[in-house]
Design a protein around this ligand. Structure first.
Ligand code: ADP
Length: 623
């Protein structure tokens, strides 16, 4: 999330754009090159929101660049449309509409499949432009005669026809583009874009409709592409058919990688490097087509040594020099580090007890009573394996329930069904009087039921506070809201909720620390904090003590005790001493079935449990 002093970036951009015509000629830049850089930079603003901020790599942006470009050019050259700016805006709207329709299809898949669909769709657009629509687009001849803008102010008319004069119009367009893009990435929607990039699974689980947000990013990128496409026609006085080619999409991706993704300015800087190298190598050194070889080497070197591109590298350098946070975490798709996985795996086998004296939980007066959750006949079949079989389970308001059982007993599957991550083969789940069987995990979270994960599912590229903001936003804004231009700081109750959660999980000293720099115990607490920040009325905790050292366990058990005041919680854990101290009732699962249910004392002394759990070593649980 980009957070700076108010309007600092905007002011610096304005100064840079005003200074450029005076400074860049001294560096050998021709006005036409600068203008082309601006068009690519504007094109890249939307692409960076899609790729850099939301993590969706599209190779199909040429489809929208071409759509916007040809719609605007057609209006201006064939339809006798007089107003250049209005034609550009109509082209942008056409591209955004195309983006919406394509996004509906392409976003049904993720990762490489999403990328491949975008390639295929761009190819379809290219074909359609050349063949069925060639009467409108000019086919391989393109559309010549696109006019430049002029504005009649009454007393005089401003013409922006070529060179530095056209630069003024393009610079103004770029400035408006960056101001809008900055507002978007600083809005709640922008924050959720970053969450989707870092960990889509958790963004869904904390209650955001990530499909709708991805579609939003896709449409934004298409709109920027459409407007930039229109400007290409204006810049060249001709709308070229190659705007639609795969090369255009590829060049945009490479320029963004060179300049630095997730920085907004990366595509502009990348375009400057690309186009100036092209001019220098082709025209000055007469390398002809071989210039791409040099460019390829530059690209490989930059990607290898400056993983976040030129702008990202500069931001990191500034961070190092000023002692502020620089490098983003090296995030994995699911936001799970190898260390986290390893410690969670170790936890599955090592069950050290935490000897913590804990007093009993007071029940708050006036709190609702009766069942909050009822599962009936819950069964999950994986092929021939019954992970859960005919489970009846009821938890009352204010209760703290423990679930134990040997590995493979079906505990995690049971939690996944309760939170609707997986749907039962048969049976039903009623939460607060409502049948939630078959709902989505997002809807269930919105209703007030969520869980913390056995293996941390954090937003690894964000800070502790930013993580909690993502979770808190879902409760305050619902599953989807298009508040694109709202400042995240202006959301009533957000700061209070985040601060309160920081206190609950004892992370008040580390709010601005990137997740990658947290100790394992802190990550586990943040994992619980993410669930808590959604303000659940029923909180499920899947092995909250997994992978912790004995000292971390003691601290976390104490923390769980304080969190449980006035809350309804169900905890799975292998640490039976801790669980028997915490829980009022315990359910024992074995081979996917409920073996027995009772108070901790009843469970400790139950011979069936001892038989099942410890292979008949009687008396060990009670010891
Ligand atoms: P626990 O959490 O008690 O260790 P799980 O719920 O993870 O148990 O697993 C219960 C059983 O279901 C195991 O035998 C496991 O291999 C199986 N299982 C869990 N998830 C899947 C899945 N997605 N596909 C197939 N089998 C699964």
């Amino acid at each position: 999330m980009l957070k700076q002093r108010p309007y600092l970036i905007e002011t610096l951009t304005a100064i840079g754009l005003i200074a450029a015509p005076f400074v860049l000629p001294l560096l050998g830049f021709a006005p036409n090159t600068v203008n082309r850089i601006l068009v690519w930079g504007l094109f890249g603003l939307g692409f960076d929101i899609l790729f850099g901020f939301t993590g969706l790599l599209s190779f199909g942006q040429s489809a929208f660049y071409g759509t916007g470009g040809f719609v605007a050019a057609y209006l201006l050259t064939q339809a006798g449309f007089p107003n250049v700016l209005l034609a550009l805006v109509i082209g942008m709207i056409a591209a955004a509409a195309a983006g919406y329709l394509i996004g509906l299809i392409a976003l049904r898949r993720t990762g490489i499949y999403f990328a491949m669909i975008t390639v295929a769709i761009a190819e379809v657009f290219f074909f359609v432009e050349f063949n069925p629509l060639s009467d409108w687009t000019g086919g391989e001849n393109g559309l010549p005669g696109v006019p430049t803008p002029s504005f009649n102010l009454g007393f005089t008319t401003l013409h922006f026809d070529s060179g530095w004069s056209l630069y003024q119009f393009l610079a103004l367009c770029y400035f408006v583009g960056i101001v809008i893009a900055l507002r978007i990435v600083r809005s709640p929607v922008g924050a959720i874009f970053s969450a989707i990039r870092d960990n889509p699974l958790r963004a869904t689980a904390v209650g955001h409709n990530i499909h709708a947000y991805k579609l939003t990013a896709f449409v934004i990128a298409a709109a920027y592409a459409g407007f930039a496409g229109g400007l290409l026609g204006v810049l060249q006085a001709f709308m070229p058919p190659d705007a639609f080619t795969f090369d255009t999409s590829g060049q945009l991706v490479m320029q963004t990688a060179i300049g630095g993704r997730g920085t907004l300015f990366g595509p502009l800087v990348g375009a400057a490097v690309w186009l100036s190298l092209q001019d220098f190598l082709q025209a000055t050194l007469n390398l002809g087509a071989a210039w791409k070889l040099v460019l390829g080497i530059v690209f490989v070197l930059l990607v290898c040594f400056l993983r976040r591109g030129i702008v990202g590298g500069l931001v990191d350098l500034y961070g190092l020099l000023t002692g502020k946070r620089g490098a983003e975490a090296d995030t994995t798709e699911a936001g799970v580090s190898a260390q986290d996985e390893q410690r969670a795996a170790e936890a599955a086998t090592a069950h050290e007890p935490a000897a913590v004296p804990i007093s009993s939980r007071p029940h708050l007066p006036g709190a609702p009573s009766g069942p909050i959750l009822q599962a009936r006949g819950l069964t999950k079949r994986y092929g021939g394996l019954l992970a859960n079989s005919d489970i009846d389970f009821t938890v009352n308001h204010g209760e703290l329930r423990g679930i134990i059982g040997p590995n493979g007993a079906g505990k995690s599957t049971f939690f996944k069904m309760l939170t609707c991550e997986v749907h039962p083969t048969s049976g039903s789940i009623v939460f607060e009087g409502r049948d939630i069987t078959g709902l989505s995990v997002t809807d269930v979270c919105q209703l007030g039921l969520t869980k913390s994960y056995q293996v941390n599912q954090l937003f690894a590229g964000l800070t502790v506070r930013e993580n909690l903001v993502i979770a808190a936003l879902s409760g305050l804004r619902g599953r989807f809201r298009l508040d694109l231009f709202r400042s995240i700081d202006g959301i009533p109750g957000l700061t209070e909720r985040v601060e309160h959660t920081l206190e609950l999980v004892n992370l008040t000293a580390r709010p601005d620390t990137p997740v990658s720099e947290l100790a394992y115990g802190e990550k586990r607490r943040l994992e619980i904090g993410l669930a808590l920040a959604t303000s659940p009325s029923l909180l499920l905790l899947d092995e909250p003590l997994a992978g912790m050292s004995p000292r971390e366990r003691v601290e976390t058990v104490r923390l769980l005790k304080s969190i449980s005041q006035g809350r309804t919680m169900i905890i799975i854990d292998h640490d039976m001493d801790a669980l028997f101290e915490l829980a009022e009732r315990v359910t024992v699962l074995q081979e996917g079935r409920v073996l027995v249910e009772g108070t901790p004392d009843e469970i400790k002394n139950n011979s069936t449990v001892q038989e099942a759990y410890l292979g008949g070593v009687h008396g060990v649980l009670a010891a």
